[in-house]
Design a protein around this ligand. Structure first.
Ligand code: FAE
Length: 531
């Protein structure tokens, strides 16, 4: 009996639905997944930005790399012919092991929007801690599968607050340009922006920002802007213009699968094990590290436990994933010499959401591109950078919607709760108040000028602020504190952190370009000095 049929039967038993299982295409990891007992020169935990950069550059330097990813490969279409489901029609592909959706914006006109779904290893994880829900991508490509693709380099004058121990000259002359080029970052054609129906909402956002005297900026993205023009012209299959974003994008967006990971695989030195979750890393008797990996099926059930040995291990499981692993491994004795900074310095990048109700003569458009392309920069004066975000509902909402990144000073810590057997995060919901205050420096002024009010129906009943979540977890293994200035966990030669866990809680803008550029800087140094 093949593994496939085993996991399918397990799934059917779990849901009691034959029809559901057939539609779900339940499958286990591909045959070429890493075998137990293997010895590899470099093992990378996670396939987001940090992991993809590490894999490509190590492979180009002649090192064989094995990428281990807990999420799915996302390379096989579902029964509807599409790999990912639509934001408006979440199905089994949408959420990571949930039986009900947990949409970031979960109310409309005060009515709850969440719905039941079959439990599956879907692409978006809404991971709940005591005071905050942290959204993360799951699958080969990490956050690049679900994010908006906004590819922002922080203002040079703000960089010292982002990464104080890093040479800014080097970053801005070498590593940011390298990251932007490899990610395929580009800005919308300004002439098209002025005329296309799908950015009416952004033009309304600009008008309101400028009438209140705020600097308005175009924001680069990794979406293929030519493809979007063709979507608007009706000559290609719609993706951004069909509202695809949160649960994956079937065309147009240059996720890591199309950029870094494609180049990495083309070297012939990189293999990927999807639906494989690393649970332990500990020094091996004969040198290197013993890595314990659970292979799971699409119900989340463990189908095999593997042990492999790696000369070097790169933690690239994302801010939360890497922090949780390191904190647990330190506390439970697998890596006891990790320093006391591990788990500290975590922040939410100051994320807070809100909507404004426009006048009836100021519609934002029925057709809204799901890819944001502009923002309001009030960082210097008020500590907030607000992206003008879409509300791609397919109907006229008369709403302007914003995701603000703010200079929130609070930092939380991950710690091991031995009784509960899990890692906890001590973030408190009330810590969002500074973010709300900073966002209000923009939107109170705009509302006063326009004679408009906040929407109170998008996050609950009479609730203005989306203050329960973040899309941008950062920190937990901060550069030059938990690690050395290049991401080495110095107590354990050959162990490295190379993802968003290195950034101390705030990037002043959307973070993935900075995560990518920092990974480029660190891996270049590691290859030159450690290999
Ligand atoms: P990440 O991309 O999260 O990759 C970590 C990978 O490790 C994931 O694939 C995990 O499944 C995997 N993993 C975790 N634990 C394990 C384990 N134990 N074993 C094996 N695999 C594991 O990390 N940022 C922007 O700059 N612009 C945007 O427009 C933007 N929009 C966003 C929208 C949404 C809805 C979300 C959720 C995020 C958005 N972000 C955006 C944030 C961005 O995607 C995020 O900062 C990066 O993806 C973080 O990169 P890392 O390499 O740190």
């Amino acid at each position: 009996m093949s593994q496939n049929s085993v996991s399918r039967r397990g799934f059917i038993a779990g849901t009691g639905s034959l029809l559901g299982a057939a539609a779900l295409g339940v499958h286990a990891a591909p045959a070429r997944a890493i075998p137990s007992g293997a010895r590899v020169p470099a093992l990378v935990i996670g396939t987001g930005y940090g992991g993809s950069v590490a894999a490509l550059r190590l492979a180009q330097a002649g090192v064989d790399v094995h990428l281990v990813e807990m999420g799915m490969a996302w390379d096989t279409p579902g029964p509807d012919g599409k790999i990912f489901c639509n934001t408006l029609e979440p199905d089994y592909r949408s959420y990571w092991l949930r039986t009900r959706t947990k949409a970031p914006l979960n109310y409309f006109l005060g009515f709850p929007l969440d719905r039941d779904i079959p439990r599956h290893t879907g692409v978006l994880d809404a991971e709940e801690f005591g005071g905050i829900t942290v959204y993360q991508g799951r699958g080969v490509g990490g956050g690049s599968l679900v994010n908006g693709g906004m590819a922002v380099t922080p203002r040079r004058e703000n960089f010292a607050s982002v990464l104080p121990s890093v040479n800014a000259d080097e970053m801005y002359s070498v590593y940011y340009p390298r990251a932007n080029a490899a990610l395929g970052v580009a800005t919308i054609d300004p002439a098209w922006f002025e005329t296309t129906a799908c950015y009416q909402y952004a033009r309304v956002g600009r008008k309101h920002a400028q009438r209140s005297g705020f600097p308005f900026v175009f924001v680069p993205d990794v979406y293929d802007w030519d493809y979007m023009k063709q979507e608007a012209a009706g000559t290609v299959t719609k993706s951004a213009l069909a509202g695809e974003i949160l649960y994956g994008n079937n065309h147009g967006k240059k996720s890591l699968q199309k950029t870094y990971l494609a180049l990495a695989k083309a070297t012939g030195r990189v293999t990927v094990s999807a639906l494989h979750k690393v649970t332990s890393v500990a020094p091996a008797a004969g040198g290197g590290y013993t890595v314990t990996i659970e292979q799971i099926d699409t119900t989340g059930a463990t189908v095999a436990t593997k042990t492999v040995t790696a000369d070097r291990v790169f933690f690239a499981a994302g801010s939360v994933g890497t922090s949780k692993l390191l904190v647990r491994l330190k506390a439970t004795g697998a890596l006891p010499a990790l320093n006391a900074e591990v788990g500290k310095g975590w922040g939410d990048n100051g994320n807070v959401m809100c909507g404004r109700a426009n006048h009836l003569w100021d519609p934002t458009g029925q057709l809204q591109s799901s890819i944001p392309c502009c923002g309001i920069d009030n960082w210097a004066a008020g500590g907030a950078f607000a992206e003008v975000a879409p509300l791609p509902t397919g109907i006229e909402t008369f709403a302007s919607f914003y995701l603000s990144i703010t200079n929130n000073p609070h930092r939380a810590q991950f710690s091991w709760n031995a009784g509960a057997g899990k890692v906890e995060l001590n973030w408190q919901t009330a810590w969002k108040q500074p973010s709300i205050d900073m966002a209000k420096t923009i939107f109170d002024k705009i509302n006063a000028k326009e004679g408009t009010i906040y929407r109170t129906d998008l996050f609950g009943v009479y609730k203005i602020w989306g203050d329960h979540l973040t899309y941008h977890p950062l920190g937990g293994a901060v550069l030059n504190r938990a690690t050395d200035n290049y991401g080495r966990l110095t107590a354990y030669p050959g162990l490295y952190v190379i993802d968003g866990a290195l950034i101390p809680g705030n990037a002043t803008v959307n973070p993935f370009v900075t995560i990518t550029a920092l990974a480029e800087r660190n891996i270049e140094h590691i290859i030159a000095t450690d290999l």
